[in-house]
Write a protein that binds this ligand. Structure first.
Ligand SMILES: CC(C)(COP(=O)(O)OP(=O)(O)OC[C@H]1O[C@@H](n2cnc3c(N)ncnc32)[C@H](O)[C@@H]1OP(=O)(O)O)[C@@H](O)C(=O)NCCC(=O)NCCS
Length: 328
């Protein structure tokens, strides 16, 4: 694997080497992620950015993810996380220690990221970034990415509604028997494959089960899977203690998809309520009806960025795709 110790000649600092992030570097990489974003966003105490949420360690431990490190003379100066969802891949968080900004470090990490994408033989790839930043958009354009629709990160604190008549069936993957789980994961794969050829969240689903970093919500009609949501919550997870972060959710397409999407959100809200957490979910604005439905049920946009994609085609960011994700 050529990317393990890439030494491709670059005009920038030749002492910088790219390799896989080591377990012993996780804590420092996590600190750099917080300081880099905190500094860019100008928060008062950058090291506390993102609170108890952890976007690094759970991903580092996942089999469908590769974590890259940039080092100068052995010292960690940046990292990037590369994730595969079947035929689709995305990267981030990409961060560089602020004193090394504008010296080509991110570009070294991205060259190796592109090699990994090539090796995975993906149909398309993407990223989420700051739409207002010429540097960010320009950096990714150098690697063939094009800005498309905005992605809105939305939040809603679910309310207890004992009078709710909603009796729709939903299940939690962790409560199923092993054969039931395997059948459910297969059904999830078929559901996403119909939304976008080869899109497969199995790695993400297996990770939640193995790490106990959340729950997978499944909704059905007469035994047929209508939708599923990978919800991350709890100590050490991407959601942390207070947020139930829907990293990915999808409702079965075709006639009635909008209603199936609503039912899936109902089920996610019940999960968040049971965990006393706020629900957070990102949706690309190309998925027009999905976005409108979330807004009309009280989700508020807390931040927005832009989805950049390579190649410059819809993928599953299109009207009629009832999908939640944000590629952060
Ligand atoms: C964003 C970040 C990773 C970039 O890292 P970096 O090592 O400074 O980036 P590089 O030096 O490799 O590349 C910078 C490139 O941005 C582009 N760029 C910068 N300013 C630009 C502008 N005004 N217009 C267009 N492109 C611009 C250029 O292509 C430039 O490279 P070049 O001068 O060699 O052509 C780093 O600033 C960081 O950690 N920021 C905080 C966290 C963050 O925002 N992460 C990314 C989230 S999507």
């Amino acid at each position: 694997m050529s990317y393990l110790h890439s030494t491709t000649p670059m005009p920038a600092n030749q002492r910088i080497k790219i390799g896989l992030l080591k377990q012993s570097e996780l804590e420092e990489a996590d600190r750099i992620v917080r300081i880099a974003f905190g500094t860019f966003l100008g928060v008062p105490n950058p090291a506390e950015f993102m609170g108890d949420r952890n976007f690094l360690k759970p991903r580092w431990q996942s089999r469908h993810v590769k974590a890259l490190a940039a080092r100068e003379d052995g010292r960690l100066i940046g990292s990037n996380i590369v994730t595969q969802w079947g035929s689709f891949g995305f990267f981030g968080p990409l961060t560089v220690r602020p004193e090394y900004w504008d010296r080509g470090v991110a570009q070294r990490l991205l060259e190796t990221t592109m090699e990994i994408f090539d090796e995975w033989d993906l149909r398309h790839t993407g990223l989420f970034t700051f739409a207002h930043s010429p540097k960010h958009v320009g950096l990714y354009q150098k690697f063939g990415y094009w800005p498309r629709y905005l992605t809105a990160i939305m939040a809603r604190t679910p309310e207890d509604n004992p009078a709710s008549q909603d009796k729709s069936i939903h299940k939690l993957l962790s409560k199923l028997t092993r054969p039931e789980r395997e059948r459910a994961i297969e059904a999830c794969r078929n559901l996403t494959h119909r939304i976008d050829n080869g899109l497969d969240l199995s790695g993400e689903i297996q990770t939640v089960l193995a790490q106990r970093t959340g729950e997978v919500v499944l909704t059905f009609t007469r035994g047929v899977l209508d939708g599923f949501a990978v919800c991350l919550n709890g100590a050490g997870s991407e959601g942390g203690e207070k947020v139930c972060y829907i990293k990915f959710a999808a409702a079965r397409g075709g006639s009635g998809a909008g209603e199936r999407f609503d039912k899936l959100l109902d089920a996610c809200e019940r999960l968040a309520l049971s965990r006393q957490a706020t629900l957070e979910a990102g949706v690309n604005l190309a998925r027009e009806d999905a976005y409108r439905r979330m807004r009309s049920r009280g989700f508020r946009v807390t931040m927005q960025g832009v989805a950049m994609q390579r190649p410059h085609v819809d993928g599953f960011n299109r009207a009629g795709a009832y999908v939640i994700d944000d590629w952060r």
